[in-house]
Write a protein that binds this ligand. Structure first.
Ligand code: SAM
Length: 196
């Protein structure tokens, strides 16, 4: 069985076991991953943090773009998916953390992320959990950093705007379903929200 098919099957199993937590039946497409990562400066980042890494569709592209001495901390709540990540990537720059993204600050200590990559299914998460994760995101972002978020609806846009002075939006039409991508910054002059 090729790697992509095996990845899809593992992802589908995780979805069947916990649909609201996984939030999608397929991993994010390569094109949507690329479109999403183009919104942040991954090659220039010292620390990248990924929320909801799944089977690693974004992890692979982040590692491919990252500098040789940069670090990636990937949080994944599902221990079986975290194990898939550990087996798939033999890369000393990657640390896989099996925990909920709401505990993000604990895992970063005093460090701040230059790029935050978030593929959590906000629409289907319990509201209290969703709020705690959204509150933690600006708290761990470096002043010049960018938080990139992928969703399958614009539902989360207002919540992001409440927390980040700048939220830009674009659509990745070739993903199934088409994906909404957000680039959130703590600097107001990084650009107003624009639909593309
Ligand atoms: C839509 S999938 C995205 C997976 C992968 N990043 C991709 O794009 O294909 C969402 C992922 O978030 C994980 N997840 C859900 N709630 C989480 C939480 N509170 N903390 C960390 N990960 C979580 C799920 O287990 C799942 O792997």
């Amino acid at each position: 069985m090729n790697q992509q098919l095996a990845e899809r099957l593992r992802f589908l199993r995780a979805f069947a076991a916990n649909p609201r937590q996984v939030g999608a039946i397929l991993p994010t497409s390569r094109q949507a991953v690329r479109d999403m990562l183009d919104l942040g400066d991954v090659p220039g980042a010292r620390l990248v943090v990924e929320l909801g890494a799944g089977t690693g569709s974004q992890t692979a592209e982040i590692l491919a773009r990252m500098a040789p001495d940069a670090r990636l901390i990937a949080l994944e709540i599902d221990p079986r998916l975290a194990q898939v990540l550990k087996e798939r990537f033999d890369d000393p720059r990657l640390e896989v953390v099996v925990d909920s993204a709401e505990n993000l600050e604990q895992h970063l200590g005093e460090e701040k992320a230059d790029v935050l990559v978030c593929a959590l299914p906000f629409t289907s998460l319990e509201p209290g959990l969703r709020r705690r994760i959204l509150d933690a995101m600006p708290a761990v972002l470096a002043p010049h950093g960018v938080a990139t978020v992928i969703q399958y609806s614009p539902f989360i846009q207002n919540e992001l705007r409440r927390r980040f002075p700048s939220v830009r939006r674009r659509i990745s039409p070739l993903n199934v379903p088409p994906a909404f991508l957000f680039a959130c910054s703590l600097q107001a002059d990084a650009g107003e929200a624009t639909a593309v």
